[in-house]
Design a protein. Structure first.
Length: 427
């Protein structure tokens, strides 16, 4: 007979792992499905750095254990304010966190989540279906890759997304147009130049924005009052998005949509500016309206700020154009269920309770899709700290509404890696 788990977490990035750590700590029978830290390990070029400060880039375990600083201390790695940390180090930290705080992650591909009885049936490409009382979709950003419309009819070899590369050295000696004005675009272009390519940045914006050098953590009380530090940056606006997601959720849907779409807009890290300026030519205020493959090259039709049309000829186009949260792209979620979900205003993102539960009982969301409910912090690792405990409290509330949790089957199972922190997993 197929076992029914209390909770199945789909996704093993910072949000999925943090939720799983809290669920395990609460004694729930939890299974985690996915490739740990896949976006960070598979979809970011070598040489990239974290834009956020190390102290604001923690995954979240009960009691504040297993922080990035804890991991770095075990490896004699410097993780301090004002010093950018390699993305590769962060990916390894996530793997370390998973080994210590989370039940063993099952590296399977989920193909379908369908309602069944009072719970859900979860199918994978690798084995028999699972049954779950509750499900958390913490699928990260990769299902929501955004390609500008003019690129979508090009042959695949002519364009890619910035998240599609681990090694940019293959573009050495080639012309590459990079579309976008945020950190991903600016850092991708800088890395291309450093690896021998000839990048050109194309941006709709009339100017590039650069973050300023962070103020020291130790400051006078007046300086701290004027511009407080937060997990999303310095200043009261960043502090509000970082510390008040619960208040954002109480705002009207249209306001939340606007905040999620516009707050903390595109900007480059302060430490990247010297590597970019003077090395990467930039076409600002240029809009892409057409893309045509001509042999092995691509011609981009651009509209200048004056309304004139110009052509940029390049060998490849990299769209560093972010991610668009959209339920319709979650093809693993049953189509009827998707259509039935209440959404935030006119968006295609789920309206969520204070415990991150959707309008379908027992179905929870974490990560990017929750930004129009809780604000822009859900676009960053920092938001996992707000999410994990509250979401698990919501799961426990839902499980309680369906009757008492069953007792442990086969005895207690200890934490695999955190000796001294025994836990029981209810099956």
């Amino acid at each position: 007979m197929t076992r029914t788990d209390d909770l199945v977490v789909i996704g093993a990035g910072p949000y999925g792992l943090s939720v799983a750590a809290h669920a395990a700590g609460a004694g729930l029978g939890v299974r985690v499905l996915g490739r740990p830290m896949a976006s960070w390990r598979d979809h970011m070029p070598d040489g990239m750095y974290l834009k956020s400060e190390p102290w604001s880039s923690n995954l979240c375990a009960p009691g504040g254990r297993h922080t990035l600083a804890d991991y770095c201390a075990t490896r004699a790695i410097v993780a301090e304010h004002g010093t950018p940390l390699p993305v590769g180090t962060f990916g390894e930290y996530g793997m370390w966190f998973a080994r210590r705080a989370v039940p063993e992650v099952e590296e399977v591909t989920v193909t379908e989540v369908t309602p069944q009885g009072g719970g859900f049936r979860v199918r994978t490409a690798q084995g028999p279906p699972l049954l779950a009382r509750t499900v958390v979709l913490a699928v990260g950003v990769m299902p929501f890759v955004n390609h500008p419309a003019p690129l979508r009819d090009l042959p695949p070899g002519h364009f890619s997304h910035s998240s599609g590369h681990r090694d940019l050295a293959r573009f050495a000696g080639r012309d590459v147009a990079v579309l976008g004005a945020g950190q991903a675009a600016l850092e991708t272009a800088a890395l291309l130049a450093e690896r021998g390519a000839r990048p050109c940045l194309v941006a709709r914006r009339s100017r590039l924005n650069w973050n300023t050098v962070p103020q020291p953590l130790d400051r006078t009380p007046l300086s701290a009052l004027r511009a407080p530090h937060s997990g999303l940056g310095t200043g009261w606006r960043s502090w509000a998005w970082s510390e008040l997601p619960r208040a954002v959720r109480l705002l009207p849907a249209r306001t939340r949509q606007r905040i999620a779409a516009t707050a903390l807009g595109p900007a480059g890290a302060w430490w990247l500016r010297d590597r970019f300026e003077g090395r990467v030519p930039v076409l600002l205020g240029h809009r892409l309206h057409r893309a045509v493959a001509v042999g092995e090259r691509t011609r981009l039709g651009l509209t200048t700020p004056a309304g004139e049309s110009v052509v940029l000829d390049t060998s490849h186009v990299i769209a560093a154009t972010g991610f668009t949260p959209d339920l319709d792209r979650l093809e693993l979620l049953d189509a009827g269920l998707r259509a039935a979900l209440v959404t935030v205003g006119e968006s295609r993102t789920p309206e969520l309770s204070a415990g991150f539960e959707s309008s379908w009982p027992g179905l929870f969301f974490a990560g990017l899709l929750t930004a129009p409910s809780f604000g822009p912090s859900m676009r960053f690792v920092h938001g996992a700290g707000f999410t994990a405990g509250r979401l698990v409290a919501g799961v426990r509330k839902r499980l309680g509404a369906r009757g008492a949790l069953p007792g442990p089957a086969g005895g207690a199972r200890p934490d695999r890696a955190a000796a001294g922190h025994p836990r029981t997993y209810l099956r």
